[in-house]
Design a protein around this ligand. Structure first.
Ligand code: GLV
Ligand code: MN
Ligand code: MN
Length: 448
């Protein structure tokens, strides 16, 4: 099994304030925090909830906000055809593979202000501080805002980073539709991105190892282990390979009063039985690292006096062990067929994605560790368990992540929260890591 190790930062009351003899960085956790709260205002739901869906008006407002921060930081802005936004701190050698950082600004319905956004705003803050400190990198450093890490609009996660990594098929992408029947390319074009064809759009976003030499993503932990000080007990050795499935049950529907029970084939009851069977299959693995969720559930016609005719589900399955995950996916699809037979309904199923685990880059982990040490923070090596753009960036360049604790490990909910102090530690580690990976051009900070 391939490994994806991520360095996790633990808050330390005795945190040092020094950034090495050569480099004094003006980084304020409070300022980054305030910018995150400002960004949260671009939301389709009232704060503290944040809902920001790909290529909607609020997504475009957030993009404008991010670009303004990039401009204020003195970065050069580039946008690719799928809408990934790059803020570039130019290096001595403009042609050399860059060092990248970044994350996403889209937010699932009723999410919080910190998921993804910390990696974008924190990345810009890190580059701004480096630039203002007079640090000139040997190679360019890029703060990236990735398009649509969340799968909300088209059912596919990480479309921006998948495109960068060449792991997104244009034919497949062209089959996806949002709830209004709109396709991805049309939505991208309306937002001012896209190209004439899917293929051209994906080509325009592609990066190789000639473009990118290393990548590091700053993110909130999204789990409870750090806050409870139990990270050491949960040390793992793999990155959860995520898979998503769509399963739809079709019955014949009917009148909720007149259709007697023996004559029914209720699609929603089949879906209910299937959801319980999914839970049973997951628990039967007896692995704490295996998880399965029926997170999306649409019943039609969804009327109180109608026997459900259709139940469309989306299922998320993750495991650190790709083989066990794949066996579970096969068992779940088989269970859907068996339930359909038993319940005399029809069923269709489709694998939306079944992504491989990724390996972290030793050089990046080492650079993070050295930076943590320089700052006298405490840290743990830990597994990345959620979806992250890093999963795909790791296919392009050596990649690792820096996590900071979030309150109670809460995420994907309005009360998601990280403190200004933890944010500052994360951004400081990020800045020093980027400086290490990019190297200093000859001159003032060349001893870094
Ligand atoms: C992304 O937020 C995920 O699903 O892990
Ligand atoms: Mn998320
Ligand atoms: Mn995220």
């Amino acid at each position: 099994m391939r490994l994806f190790l991520a360095v996790v930062l633990l808050a330390l009351a005795t945190a040092s304030c020094c950034q090495g003899a050569e480099l004094s960085l003006d980084i304020s956790g409070q300022k980054v925090y305030d910018q995150l709260i400002e960004l949260a205002k671009f939301s389709d739901d009232a704060n503290p909830a944040v809902t920001r869906i790909l290529f909607t008006d609020q997504d475009l407002n957030a993009r404008a906000f991010v670009k303004q921060l990039m401009r204020d930081a003195g970065l050069v802005i580039r946008e690719d055809t799928i809408g990934n936004i790059y803020g570039i701190l130019e290096g001595q050698d403009a042609q050399a593979p860059a060092v990248g950082t970044g994350s996403h600004c889209d937010a699932i319905p009723l999410a919080g202000a910190f998921d993804g956004t910390l990696g974008v705003i924190g990345g810009i803050a890190a580059l701004k501080a480096l630039k203002e400190a007079g640090f000139v990198p040997k190679v360019p450093i890029e703060a990236i805002m990735f398009t649509s890490e969340e799968p909300t609009r088209f059912g596919l996660s990480c479309s921006g980073s998948r495109a960068i990594a060449g792991m997104l098929d244009g034919d497949y992408l062209s089959t996806l539709r949002d709830v209004n029947g709109s396709d991805y390319l049309a939505a991208a074009q309306r937002a001012g991105y896209g190209a004439d064809t899917y293929e051209a759009m994906l080509r325009g976003a592609r990066l190789t190892d000639k473009d990118l030499g290393a990548f590091v993503e700053l993110h909130i932990e999204q789990g409870p282990l750090l806050g409870e000080g139990r990270a050491g007990d949960w040390r793992g050795d793999g990155h959860r390979g995520p898979a998503a499935l769509a399963v739809t049950f079709y019955g014949d529907g009917g009148h909720a009063g007149a259709l007697l029970m023996p004559y029914r084939n209720d699609a929603s009851l089949a879906a209910s039985e299937f959801a319980l069977e999914l839970e049973r299959l997951v628990l039967a693995t007896e692995s704490i690292d295996t998880v399965g969720t029926v997170g999306r559930w649409e019943v039609s016609p969804n009327a109180v006096n109608s026997v459900p005719r259709e139940a469309a589900l989306e299922i998320d399955i993750r495991d650190i062990d790709a083989d066990r995950r794949d066996r579970l996916v096969a068992d779940v699809l088989e269970a859907a067929k068996k339930v359909a037979e038993r319940r005399k309904v029809r069923v269709t199923s489709r694998i939306i994605n079944q992504d491989p685990p990724a390996i972290s880059g030793k050089a990046v982990v080492d650079a993070i560790s050295a930076s943590v040490e320089e700052l006298s923070y405490s840290s743990k090596h830990m597994v990345s368990r959620a979806y992250h753009d890093s999963t795909f960036m790791a296919q392009v360049a050596p990649t690792a992540m820096v996590f900071v604790p979030c309150h109670n490990g809460w995420s994907h909910r309005p009360d998601e929260h990280a403190t200004p102090e933890d944010i500052e530690r994360g951004v400081r580690v990020l800045a020093l890591t980027l400086a290490r990976l990019a190297g200093a051009a000859s001159g003032e900070h060349s001893e870094l």
